[in-house]
Design a protein around this ligand. Structure first.
Ligand code: 13P
Length: 251
């Protein structure tokens, strides 16, 4: 059985005080929850203060990005080891904003996934099609390519560390959510692909989150889909009550 996994991606939002308050607010509301894995991914400059606020809670810490080299002359970048050092469990890799705004390639994403696992982090590998790709009926081709490239060279044993997040780009921050049918269709396609690449049992174990305008009002219907194992939440994760309500919906 796959344990539900809901993660908040705060993106480039909050400030020092706000990040601490958000984390503490969630700790206050979610202290009893253990049937759902919960993580928050604050901006990297706030990882340490959020880690402190989360200590002695079962909310895990994740980063929004990392670099695939372990140290050296890479101005502005953060290594997997550094993220481990500040208590991160997860790291988001290949978010569509990094792919489409910051020019991250499938090859970089693949290096990041494998470096993250090597350092003991659990990567959340994001995939998803643009609106014009969906309209051109290229969703399956795009998502399959991103999965195959993102996981290239990864053994069955290592891939168990990965969570896949299906985030249709047209649904991110737009208020447009994929219908449960649209989400389930792509999640099932991803699971079948994982079974082809690895095995039925590996595919059955890997969690696939949905992301894209997920909010309290659509959590139950999305989570009712058999292959939707969790959510990667942007905007709604910035409000304690909304994010906590989503998690309580799933408990
Ligand atoms: P929204 O929930 O704001 O649409 O963002 C989704 C997302 O990109 C999470 O990584």
């Amino acid at each position: 059985m796959r344990k539900p996994f809901i993660a908040g991606n705060w993106k480039m939002n909050t400030n020092g005080a706000g990040a601490k308050a958000l984390a503490s607010g969630l700790v206050g509301q979610l202290s009893e929850i253990d049937s759902v894995d919960v993580a928050v991914c604050p901006p990297s400059v706030y990882l340490q203060s959020v880690a402190k606020a989360l200590s002695s809670s079962n909310i895990a810490l994740g980063a929004q990005n990392m670099y695939f080299e372990s140290n050296g002359a890479y101005t502005g970048e953060t290594s997997a080891e550094m993220l481990k050092d500040v208590c991160c469990t997860y790291v988001i890799v290949g978010h569509s904003e990094r792919r489409h705004v910051l020019g991250e390639t499938d090859e970089m994403v693949n290096k990041k996934v494998s470096t993250a696992i090597g350092a003991g982090l659990l990567p959340i590998l994001c995939v998803g099609e643009l609106l014009e790709q969906r309209q051109g009926e290229e969703t399956e081709a795009v998502v399959s390519r991103q999965i195959k490239a993102g996981l290239a060279g990864l053994s069955a044993e290592k891939v168990e560390a990965v969570t896949v997040a299906y985030e249709p780009v047209w649904a991110i921050g737009t208020g447009l959510t994929a219908t449960p049918e649209q989400a389930q269709e792509v999640h099932l396609m991803i699971r079948k692909l994982l079974a082809e690449i690895y095995s039925e049992s590996v595919a059955a174990d890997i969690r696939i989150q949905y992301g894209g305008s997920a909010k309290p009002g659509n959590t139950a219907e999305l989570m009712a889909c058999p292959d939707v194992d969790g959510l990667l939440v942007g905007g709604a994760s910035l409000k304690v009550d909304d994010f906590a309500a989503m998690i309580k919906t799933v408990v």
